[in-house]
Design a protein around this ligand. Sequence first.
Ligand code: NAP
Length: 289
Amino acid sequence: MKVGVVGLGAMGAPMARNLHRAGLLAQVWNRSADKAQALAAETGCIAAPDPESLARACAVVISCVSADQDLLAVVDALLPGAHAGLIVCDCSTIAADTAREAAQRLAATGTAFLDTPVSGGVEGAQKGTLSVMAGGEAAALDRARPALEAISARITHMGPVGSGQATKAVNQIMCAGIGLAVTEALAFGGALGLDLDKVVDVVSAGAAGNWFVEKRGHTMIRDDNAVGFKTRLLIKDLEICLAMARAAGGRLPTVETVLPQYRRLVDEGFGDEDHSALFRLQRGLFPKD
Ligand code: NAP
């Protein structure tokens, strides 16, 4: 099976490396060509000149780009090379409606579309242990499974196209609440004079333990937020969650609380830092006078 990867960012590049390790990576394409050329030189795969030729040569395309309009631009660029044997698995986090729009644009060519957003962070992408939330036809998922297995530890079929992204929205609401609680609690611990490295380790081993405090606790207390999930991308996810909640006739108070704080981080120049940069603001809850 020939697999092509479109979008070699913090997530897409390590996914491509795992596909290479599994012997499946045929081609890569990235908007900034230097990243594709570097990955091609590293793995021996082909750096495609455009998404069209990548699609023509592959049975599965894995895309992982920033946001909704970016994915639709990629789909439009793939279209001339799309064919009935092709499955596009999109690992970006986008709205469920956008996933359905992408599926519709590809349908006339016979190409199947699966929304396959992932959770597990850059560490999960590097280790190939992501959790995939898949939406689309079961038969297409079965055909794409070898590619998705190369990047993940778990693949869950949630239902038709869009249901993967709906599940990812559930995931992001939980992450928003966890992020808010962890950063607030650590700011409190710091104000009490506790050794925050010890706090992170001891709570990680108990009932308050979670992925975020374990993977980001030690770095956020040092304002080291270089690696991970950019704050501006989380804002995009939370805006999607709020729109979906409004459409469902409800509200998300946790998201409504935290979103202005992430926007403030962007205004203060921290939009490209990992979202654990929220700790920068939470410290302000305990002014030193
Ligand atoms: P990233 O490091 O900022 O990379 C974004 C990628 O998208 C880059 O390859 C970029 O190309 C490409 N791109 C952006 N706009 C494009 C366009 N209009 N056309 C073509 N390519 C475009 O972001 P990331 O962290 O890998 O995240 C990618 C997606 O995965 C996002 O939807 C994010 O929400 C989701 N996600 C991220 C994480 C995480 O922990 N980072 C976890 C789960 C899901 P250039 O190199 O040219 O800029």
